[in-house]
Each structure stands twice: as structure tokens, then as C-alpha cells.
Design a protein around this ligand. Structure first.
Ligand code: BDR
Ligand code: CA
Length: 309
């Protein structure tokens, strides 16, 4: 069983990552921490707790993270995820409280007490992880790897060159990506392949449990944004759950090691993950960049795990 901590900003696709992690017997979810991103930090924290309450998981400690990115004002994605950050579904009121310590401290405690290295799964801006590495550098060796949704080796989705999670806090992303910790990147070049089609959402709706009903309602809302003609998508890309799917079934994916860094000063390119696809810089290959996903197997896995509740 792999021990993981999820740092997320729920967010509809973050919520799916939580569902998969809780449902899989192959993962032990030690803690959930939340970042400011898709919505304000109070809302993303509340959403993580609402989701865990829906999943009947009130023993996993949840802690809220930093209120804003390291250097810039918070950008939110209410155009994608709505006023609550999880619009579209009625979710239960949390039946437990967050722990009374900040996210970085909860991560530190969980790493410190673990006898084996832990995998960090990051599905939002990297603020908490960058702060953690600065405050607790001696615990970095307890991190086996960081699997993150963010960046892109092709196009952006916030600006033409930046993906949202990196654009929210480029300085934090730069710290994490240059940390020397093994990194696995599920960027937009991958996650835009991970689309769920309408008939598959309808199949989820037919599953007789309240988690499936909530997911179908959430995807109905989330799909509105990605249904805009400008994207040219047949379905709705499920970014964040690609991280959990890779942990469970790396054979569904293809990926390569590249040197990656983050642009923090470009006038047009701030927040871009610069991926050295042709090894032009001859620098250490610090990131395993996922490039292909077997879409059908990924969706089948998602549906199988949703049906477990
Ligand atoms: C990322 O941004 C957020 O809107 C999603 O939750 C995902 O983590 C995609 O760019
Ligand atoms: Ca997210």
C-alpha cells in the first residue's frame, strides 16, 4: 500500500482525485491539505471536508494552507468551478473539523511519523509545498516523490503559455520543481487527453450510490466550461485524477524524463513550465513528464472506484 498526502484546491477534478484515493485499497491517504487556487482558501478547505464527509471519511486529518500565493495576489477559477468551487451538486455539511495546525505542519508531522517515504500528490498551486520545503528542509528526504497536476509541455489554459496551477503561484512552482525531489508531471499536454464523454457521465449517473450521483451533478456543471466551442473538446478533461490514476496504474501512461523549469519573469510567459524536449540545455532531467494516457482505461478505473461507495 502506498502512503500518500494530497494537497489540493477542490475544485471538481480535485474532488475526483480525492474519491479515487479514498476508494482505492492500494493507497493509504495520510492527510489532506488545501491550497488557495480554484477558490479562496476558506472555500477549498470546506470543500475538501464536504467531500470527505460525502465519502464517509472523517478520520483523515485535513488542514488548511497558506491564504495566498508567495509573491502575487490570489487568482481564482470561479469561471470554471463556480461560486463555491464545487458548484452543481448538493454536498453534506462537514461532520468534522480541520486539525488546528497549518497545512505545512500537518505534512511535517505525517512525514516525520511515517517509517517509510511518503508520496505527495499536488493538484493545486504549489504554495504549501514550497513553504514546507523552506520550513522543514530536513524532511524532504521523507518524500518519495511528488506527483503533480500542473504545467504543460504544449499550450497553457490560463494564458497561452501558462497552466492555471502554475500561473497562480509561479515562484512556488519554481521552488518545488528545482527541489531535487523526484517529480512526476501530469500537465495539460496529458490531461487534455483525459476527457470524459457525456455517455460516460450518464453511466456514472446510473450507479446507485450517493457519491456517483454527486459526481454526475458536479460533472454536469464542470462540463459547461469545457463545452465551449473554443476548446474543441469532445468531452471534459479530468486533470487532477490523472495523478492518482498514474499511481495506481502507471502502465496506462507513457512518459519521459526531461529538464523542466518555471518562467517567473517573462512578460508574456510568466508561469510557463519550460520543458526541454530536445535536451537543448543538457541539464539534469528533473521531471518525469507524462505524455500519453489510455483514456478508456482511465475512465473505466474512475467509474470502477466510484462504484465502490
Ligand atoms: C487545474 O486548474 C484547476 O482548475 C483544476 O482543478 C486543475 O488542478 C487545471 O489547469
Ligand atoms: Ca486542482
Amino acid at each position: 500500500m502506498k502512503k500518500i498526502i494530497i494537497d489540493c484546491d477542490p475544485g471538481h477534478d480535485d474532488a475526483l482525485a480525492l474519491i479515487m484515493a479514498v476508494a482505492s485499497p492500494k493507497l493509504e491517504l495520510l492527510a489532506v491539505t488545501t491550497s488557495a487556487g480554484n477558490q479562496t482558501p476558506d472555500k477549498t478547505l470546506n470543500n475538501a471536508m464536504r467531500m470527505l464527509t460525502l465519502l464517509k471519511e472523517n478520520k483523515i486529518p485535513v488542514a488548511g494552507g497558506n491564504q495566498k500565493p508567495l509573491m502575487q495576489d490570489l487568482i481564482i477559477a470561479d469561471n470554471v468551478h463556480g461560486e463555491t468551487g464545487l458548484d452543481g451538486a448538493v454536498l453534506p455539511t462537514p461532520n468534522f473539523s480541520p486539525v488546528n495546525i497549518p497545512a505545512v505542519q500537518l505534512i511535517a508531522e505525517k512525514l516525520d511519523e511515517s517509517s517509510e517515504p511518503v508520496i505527495l500528490v499536488v493538484t493545486g498551486p504549489m504554495t504549501n509545498i514550497a513553504l514546507f520545503l523552506q520550513i522543514y528542509p530536513h524532511l524532504a528526504t521523507k518524500i518519495e516523490k511528488i506527483v503533480f497536476m500542473g504545467g504543460s509541455s504544449t499550450t497553457g489554459n490560463y494564458t497561452p503559455s501558462s497552466e492555471f496551477n502554475i500561473a497562480v503561484d509561479p515562484e512556488s512552482a519554481k521552488i518545488v520543481i528545482n527541489s531535487g525531489i523526484p517529480l512526476v508531471m501530469a500537465g495539460l499536454n496529458l490531461t487534455h487527453q483525459a476527457q470524459i464523454y457525456q455517455e460516460e457521465i450518464d453511466n456514472i449517473r446510473k450507479i446507485d450510490n450517493n457519491v456517483a450521483q454527486s459526481v454526475a451533478q458536479q460533472l454536469d456543471f464542470y462540463g459547461i466550461y469545457y463545452g465551449q466551442d473554443k476548446w474543441g473538446f469532445k468531452g471534459t478533461p479530468l486533470h487532477d485524477p490523472c495523478t492518482i490514476a498514474w499511481l495506481l496504474h502507471p502502465e496506462y501512461f507513457e512518459g519521459f524524463d526531461y529538464h523542466v523549469d518555471v518562467e517567473v519573469s517573462g512578460e508574456l510567459t510568466r508561469g510557463e513550465t519550460v520543458v526541454d524536449l530536445f535536451d537543448l540545455l543538457n541539464l539534469p532531467k528533473n521531471v518525469h513528464v507524462l505524455t500519453k494516457i489510455d483514456r478508456k482505461k482511465f475512465i473505466d478505473l474512475l467509474i470502477k472506484l466510484i462504484a465502490k461507495f
